[in-house]
Design a protein around this ligand. Structure first.
Ligand code: CAA
Length: 376
C-alpha cells in the first residue's frame, strides 16, 4: 500500500483545511446552540464537496474515494457535526442512487445531491430495530402506481433538513432480508411526517429526528433496485459509510490530541511544562500512537475502496478502532487539561461529547465485531 498522498489529494487536504478553519470554525458557537449549518453546506456545494466521489456525468467531482475521506477528515477536525452531515449525505444518502439507481433516477436526483442543492438522508433504524436491522417493521404495499408506506423511523441524521430520504421497508415479512425494499422518497411526499428532534449529548448542529410514514404514497418508479434488494443496498452502502464515520472519529481524535499537546507545552506545574512531566508525556505518546494506528486503518480501507476492491472487513476494523480511539483520546485530552478541560472554555469537552456516538451509529462497535468475525 502506498502510504503517501498524491499532489491532487494534498491539494484537497489544503483546500478543505483552509475552508474548515476559515468558514466552519467561526460558526461552531451557533451550531453548539443547535443551529443547522445550512449556509456552510451551500458553500461546500459550491466548492464541489457535496459530491466528491460522484461521477462527473451526474454532476460530481469524480475524485477518488481517498480524496473524499481526506475531506471528511479535515472537516471533522474542526467540526464533527459537519463531518457526519457530509458523510451521511454522500455515503448513504447519495451513493445508493449512484450504485443501484436506474439511469432515470440518477439523472433526476444525483446532480442535485452532488451540487448540494439537495441534502440526503438514510432511513433504516426504527424504534424497535437498531442493530437487528432486518427486523424492521415499516410496511410497503404496492397499490397501482404507488407503494403505500406505513411505519416509523428513528435517529435519522439530516432528517427534517434533507430533501431526499433513502427509506427501507418490508414488502413481504415472510421473506426475511429478501422482503426488504429501498425507496427514494422526496421530502414533500404526502404522509411523510417529521417528528421529534432528539436532544443529543453532542453533534448539536446536526439534526436527528424521528419520522413517521402515514399512508405515504411513493411512486413505483422510486423503488431503488428490485423489491428484494433493499437489505443488500443498505449493507453495501453502510460498508462505505462506516469508513466515513471512522474518519469522523479520526478527525475528532486528531483535534483532541493537538489541543492537549499544545496545552501541555504551555501549562506549567512544579516549575516546568506538564508536557515535560512523564505522567503527561507518556499519556500524549499513547494518544499519538493510537491516532496514528487509527489513521492507517482508515486510509487503508479508503485505499481499497478507491481501487474498487472489497473493503467490508477493513471498513468495520477502521470504524471499530478509530471510534474507540476517539473516545479514549478525548477522555485523556480532558485529563491533560484538568479542571479547564471540563469547562466550555476549551474545545476538548465538545470533542468528548461528539466522540461517543461514533461508537454507536452506522453499526455499534459490537456490530462491527460481528461483521469482522463473519469475515474471519
Ligand atoms: N454487502 C452486501 N450484502 C450484504 C452485506 C454487505 N456488506 N452484508 C450482508 N449482506 C447480505 C448477505 O449476503 C445476505 O444475503 P444472502 O441471504 O443472499 O446471502 C443478507 O444480506 C443478510 O445478511 P446477514 O444474514 O448477515 O444479515 P443479518 O440479519 O444477520 O444482519 C448485520 C447483519 C451485520 C448485523 C446487520 O443487521 C447490521 O449491519 N446491523 C447494524 C445496522 C446498522 O449499521 N445501522 C446503522 C443505521 S444508519 C445510521 O446510523 C446513519 C446515521 O444516521 C449516522
Amino acid at each position: 500500500m502506498n502510504l503517501t498522498f498524491t499532489a491532487e489529494q494534498e491539494m484537497m487536504r489544503k483546500m478543505v483545511r483552509d475552508f474548515a478553519e476559515n468558514e466552519i470554525a467561526p460558526f461552531i458557537e451557533n451550531m453548539e446552540k443547535g443551529e443547522f449549518p445550512r449556509e456552510i453546506l451551500r458553500k461546500m456545494g459550491e466548492l464541489g464537496l457535496m459530491g466528491i466521489p460522484v461521477p462527473e456525468k451526474y454532476g460530481g467531482a469524480e475524485m477518488d474515494f481517498t480524496s473524499y475521506i481526506i475531506a471528511i477528515n479535515e472537516i471533522s477536525r474542526v467540526s464533527a457535526t459537519l463531518g457526519v452531515i457530509l458523510s451521511v449525505h454522500t455515503s448513504v444518502g447519495t451513493n445508493p442512487i449512484v450504485y443501484f439507481g436506474t439511469e432515470e433516477q440518477k439523472q433526476k436526483y444525483v446532480p442535485k445531491l452532488a451540487s448540494g442543492e439537495y441534502l440526503g438522508a438514510f432511513c433504516l433504524t426504527e424504534p424497535s430495530s437498531g442493530s437487528d436491522a432486518a427486523s424492521l417493521k415499516t410496511r410497503a404495499v404496492k397499490k397501482g402506481g404507488h407503494y403505500v408506506l406505513n411505519g416509523s423511523k428513528m435517529f435519522i441524521t439530516n432528517g427534517g433538513e434533507a430533501d431526499i430520504y433513502i427509506v427501507f421497508a418490508n414488502t413481504d415479512a415472510r421473506l426475511g432480508t429478501k422482503g426488504i425494499a429501498a425507496f427514494i422518497v422526496e421530502k414533500d411526499t404526502p404522509g411523510l411526517v417529521i417528528g421529534k428532534d432528539e436532544k443529543k449529548m453532542g453533534l448539536h448542529g446536526s439534526r436527528t429526528v424521528q419520522l413517521t410514514f402515514e399512508d405515504m404514497h411513493v411512486p413505483v418508479e422510486n423503488l431503488l433496485g428490485n423489491e428484494s434488494e433493499g437489505f443488500k443496498i443498505a449493507m453495501a452502502n453502510l460498508d462505505v459509510g462506516r469508513i466515513g464515520i471512522a474518519t469522523q472519529a479520526l478527525g475528532i481524535a486528531e483535534a483532541a490530541l493537538s489541543a492537549a499537546t499544545a496545552y501541555a507545552k504551555e501549562r506549567e506545574q512544579f516549575g516546568k511544562p506538564i508536557a515535560a512531566q512523564q505522567g503527561i508525556a507518556f499519556k500524549l505518546a499513547d494518544m499519538a500512537t493510537s491516532v496514528e494506528a487509527a489513521k492507517l486503518l482508515v486510509y487503508r480501507a479508503a485505499d481499497l475502496r478507491s481501487k474498487g476492491l472489497k473493503c467490508g472487513m477493513e471498513a468495520s476494523m477502521a470504524k471499530l478502532f478509530a471510534t474507540k480511539t476517539a473516545v479514549e483520546v478525548t477522555t485523556e485530552a480532558i485529563q491533560v487539561f484538568g479542571g479547564y478541560g471540563y469547562t466550555e472554555d476549551y474545545p476538548v469537552e465538545r470533542y468528548f461529547r461528539d466522540a461517543k456516538v461514533t461508537e454507536i451509529y452506522e453499526g455499534t462497535s459490537e456490530i462491527q465485531r460481528i461483521v469482522i468475525s463473519k469475515y474471519l
